[in-house]
Write a protein that binds this ligand. Sequence first.
Ligand code: GLP
Length: 233
Amino acid sequence: MEIIRVKDANEGGKKAFEIIANGMQNGAKVLGLATGSTPVPMYKEMTDSDLDFSNMTSVNLDEYVGLGGDDAQSYRFFMNDHLFNHKPFKETFVPNGKASDLAAECKRYDQVIADHPIDIQILGIGRNGHIGFNEPGTSFTSSTHLVQLTQSTINANKIYFDKVEDVPTQALSMGIGSIMKSKKIILMAFGDAKADAIKGMIDGKVSEDLPASVLQNHADVTVIIDDAAGSKL
Ligand code: GLP
């Protein structure tokens, strides 16, 4: 893993953007994208840039079950709001959290990923080391699946909702096996709430107890962190 230390999330967003821009110059066509507060500065760099994304495809990591694109807390809404409404892509994929048959939706999404191999995957990290919504214990060979969110994740994500009861308890997530097939991975983490997860991911043993530790087995991972997130290394 290559570790890049930055001053703050804004500088981290610039670095990640530079890697994406460089990747696009070298032929990258499919971006794996993430939600959460962590990649917001990177999306700002993208929307402020004069880069053209109209030949690019995006495949997002996850979506809450029960929320549609019109729900302001859905990840589809987040992506439209932060990126796609400003920079049109050729095609954008996010799992459909309102699908009536969730198992069929997982299969459909696996086909989307198979048809659009990810050149550069952007990741944040949960406090418990989750990537996408792959909570501790998820198989390293998993494909898209239905997830029961842990209380830790629900508590961390409740700031985006009026009350904790409004946070969905389930999500659809790209699997760890699929994430690992991405050619290049950029993981960003800022702030001390991520310090334990970053320590475990980089220095801990590779274990399904800390999903992000699987990245030690990937050949091309860049980790962008600030001093707070890197304080336990
Ligand atoms: C959610 C998302 C993850 C994200 C994590 C951290 O659980 N499913 O993809 O990495 O939150 O969010 P934040 O960047 O807001 O700390």
